[in-house]
Design a protein around this ligand. Structure first.
Ligand code: SAH
Length: 507
């Protein structure tokens, strides 16, 4: 009898918000899991660290919806474990700090599912720190204390130990307390804290959306109200809340917001490169590539490889998916020996090289028309060209080849589907972004397809950055001119173009 292997569950602290504040160990666990169970306090960008085919299960609160019951989350973890999966349960901050991690572990213990915890950077310390407040400081605050403000529900009665807590001389930190700010302030004053005791409230700490107010117990409620501070927020009360130890290093893209489109792995790399320069960058529209390499059409093409003389690649994706499919079809590179290879541009040629092939032909200008014209000169009626590419590829190639009388098979190898993040607030995000980036023509098409008028208008003030000429040309079809085209078709090229433009516009 086959015994089913049991999986394991890692409770991983995701850190306070900034995705770079996960621990190295947490990142390693994410890199190598079958499923991620996450909620609202863990960043989208962390999900990109999990393998693309890992199951991603959201168990948090969406606006207007109730969060999933803790028991249901426990059940999901136990079920995945029983299915033999390696599961990462991502939890904001540290799993055990008001995170109900303990309850999840008790459920795993009861079901005998192996588990481990990976500590995280807790928001209780990191969020005040990010706005320049150290939780302890020599001769000023010799302890810090963390309490939930949530059990103060219904406002009226403070928990029995609140007065003792309020009398502590160290820095007092309240999580989940914003809704009870009033009773908290009153309680602190009643316990003898002076009205001029420094206090701060920080929303979305360490994230690009971070906002905060600093004042005193006497002023903090008014400041919070005026600024419209919302959740998630942390309340700090204590002498150190008057300090300002915020970092002073300036970066070229400080204060710049960039909306990024592209595949998950591309976007992740571009965002990392932009945030390193201080930008607030986020993916607004993810392009998912769906391969049809195992479909009937491609199977036929692989079987008949010997009947072709050329294979033409119009994107790096096509190269990668073509070779992956080749092996899946039970063939290897020896079946390619007789073929000449054409690539639309440098990136595509480089991808071919990664697979161990040199392109026989790359046009001078990286455009599908130039590629087709070049082929028109290199090939003739006795050739047969295989074009494995994305659905909806440019017809210009087909027309040119037909005019030249060169036989070809244009086979759909993959398509690109878009996945919007926060489609509801897209117009708003675009309006507050200085730049919007595109990394492929199919990405441009996918983005503009189905854009509403309001979203279209929101594009007016944003500067559009294209990775190369082909992408810029696709943009033109949608009535927009690229404001910037990277001099170098790459992530560093795009980053440099934005940094240079931002510097010029600052002056
Ligand atoms: N385990 C988490 C805390 C979970 S309780 C940790 O260790 O950080 C959730 C509360 O944490 C929120 O209500 C809020 O008070 C606080 N919090 C978490 N992330 C925050 C952030 N980025 N900014 C402000 N408060 C945050």
């Amino acid at each position: 009898m086959e015994t089913q292997k049991t999986g394991k569950v890692f409770l991983v602290g995701a850190g306070p918000g900034d995705p770079e504040l996960i621990t190295a160990k947490g990142m390693i666990r994410l890199n190598d899991c079958d499923a991620v169970v996450y909620d609202s306090l863990s960043s989208d960008r962390l999900l990109a660290l999990a393998p693309e085919n890992a199951e991603k299960i959201y168990v948090g609160k969406r606006a207007g919806h109730h969060s999933m019951k803790q028991e249901e989350i426990n059940e999901i973890l136990v079920r995945l474990g029983k299915e033999g999966k390696t599961v990462v349960r991502l939890k904001g901050g540290d799993p055990f700090v008001f995170g109900r991690g303990g309850e999840e572990i008790q459920a795993l213990q009861a079901a005998a599912i192996p588990y481990e915890t990976v500590p995280g950077v807790t928001s209780a310390v990191a969020v005040p720190e990010h706005v320049g407040i150290p939780v302890t400081h020599r001769a000023m605050s010799r302890s810090f204390h963390v309490m939930t403000g949530h059990t103060l529900a219904n406002g009226e009665t403070l928990p029995p130990d609140f007065p003792a807590f309020a009398r502590l001389s160290g820095t007092l930190v309240f999580l989940m307390g914003l809704g009870n700010l009033h009773p908290i302030v009153e309680g602190l004053l009643a316990a003898g804290k002076p009205a001029d005791l420094p206090a701060a409230v920080i929303e979305n700490g360490t994230l690009p959306e971070e906002r905060f107010v600093k004042g005193t117990l006497g002023t903090i409620e008014k400041l919070v109200k005026e600024a419209g501070i919302g959740t998630p927020a942390i309340i700090v009360a204590g002498e150190t809340a008057s300090l300002d130890m915020r970092g002073t290093i300036c970066r070229p893209l400080d204060g710049i917001r960039v909306s990024v489109t592209g595949t998950e792995s591309f976007s992740e790399r571009l965002i990392r490169s932009l945030t390193a320069l201080g930008a607030r960058a986020e993916n607004i529209c993810r392009m998912g590539v769906r391969s049809f390499a195992g479909g009937a059409e491609m199977r036929r093409a692989y079987r008949n490889l010997s009947s072709y003389t050329w294979t033409v690649f119009t994107s790096a994706n096509a190269v990668r998916l073509f070779f992956e499919g080749l092996l899946e079809a039970g063939l290897d590179y020896r079946s390619m020996g007789h073929l000449k290879l054409a690539a639309v541009g440098k990136g595509t040629a480089q991808e071919l090289r990664r697979f161990g092939f040199l392109a026989d032909y790359v046009p001078d200008r990286y455009q599908v028309e130039d590629l087709a014209r070049g082929l028109g000169e290199l090939a003739d009626g006795r050739d047969r060209i295989l074009i494995p590419r994305s659905a909806g590829g440019s017809r210009a190639m087909n027309e040119i080849l037909e005019n030249e009388g060169i036989p070809y098979d244009d086979v759909v190898l993959y398509d690109v589907k878009t996945e919007w993040r926060e489609r509801k607030s897209l117009a708003e995000i675009l309006r507050s972004s200085q730049y919007l980036t595109f990394a492929s023509g199919s990405g441009v098409d996918a983005f503009f397809d189905g854009l509403t008028d309001i979203e279209q208008q929101a594009l007016d003030q944003v500067r559009i950055v294209c990775i190369g000429d082909v992408t810029a040309k696709a943009l033109k079809k949608h009535g927009r001119q690229a404001d910037l085209v990277a001099a170098n078709f790459s992530i560093p090229g795009m980053t440099a173009a934005i940094a240079q433009d931002a510097a010029e516009r600052k002056n």
